[in-house]
Design a binder for this molecule. Sequence first.
Ligand code: BG6
Length: 268
Amino acid sequence: MIDFIEVNNNSASAKIALQGAHVFHYARKDEKALLWLSEISDFQVGKAIRGGVPICWPSFGKNNPDLPQHGFARTILFEHSSTKELDANTTEVILILRYSQETLTEWPYKFELELKVTVSDKLTMELTTTNLDDKTFKITQALHTYFPVSHISDAKGKGLDKKPFLDALTNEQLTQNGDIVFEEEVDRVYQEVDAEILLTDKDRTISIKNEGSSSVVVWNPWIEKGKRLSAMREEAYNDFVCIESANAFEDFRLVEPGKTHTLKATIY
Ligand code: BG6
C-alpha cells in the first residue's frame, strides 16, 4: 500500500498519493467524483495507479524511446513539501521530486519537478520542471486525467472542432470535424489547442483548461486494448475517457539550465 495525503475543506475533498504525486480522488462537496479510479487498482509500490491523474514525465508515451512508457515519475516517490489552508475553501499541497542516483541512471539530467495541487471548487494542478543541470534538456509530458462518464456512448468531447490531430493508431494526420464521439478505440494527439475543452455525458459537463500546453491527448482503449491493460476490469472502458493536458510529440519543451516550464490544468 502506498501513502497518500487527504484534503477536506468546505468546497471539496481530494487524495494525493506520494508515489507519482498522483491525484487519485477529487470531488466537490456533495457531488460525484470528478476523477475516475479503477476499483481494482491495487496501490502497489512501483506500479502506476490506474485512474486519477498519473503524471507522465519526462517523456510522454514512447516519445523518448530510452525511457519507460510515460516516463518514470508516475512510479517514483515524491516528497511532501507543504500543505496550506489558503482559506476555508482552498487547500494547496506541494509535492517535489529531485534528481537522484536512481533518476540519473534513467535520464542523465539534474532537475526538480514540483506538483502544486490546489483543491477548491476547481482542481488545479501545476507541474513545474526546473533544469538544475548545465545542459538544456527536452521534455514531453502529460497530466493524464481519467474522467468518469455515465456511459462511453453518452460521452462527447467538445471544443476541438477543426483542430488538427495525430491519430496514434494509424499515424495519420487528420482534422477534427464536430464533437468527438467514442464508438471505437480512440488514441489521438490534438494540436494547436488554445481553448477550454468540455466533456459532456448524460448528467454533467466537465471543463478542462490548460496553460503551458498546446497538445491534448484524447484516449479510450475500447474493448480489445481494455482487456490488455493492467489494473482494470475488462468492461471498465465503458466508464471513462482520458483527456490529457500535455506537451506531447511536436509540443515538446526545451528547458534551459536554470529555467522552468509549467504545465497547468484546471478542472471543474
Ligand atoms: C495514453 C496513450 O496516453 O495512455 C495510450 O495515448 C496508452 O496509447 C494509455 O495506452 C495508457 O498507458 P498506460 O501505460 O498507463 O497503460
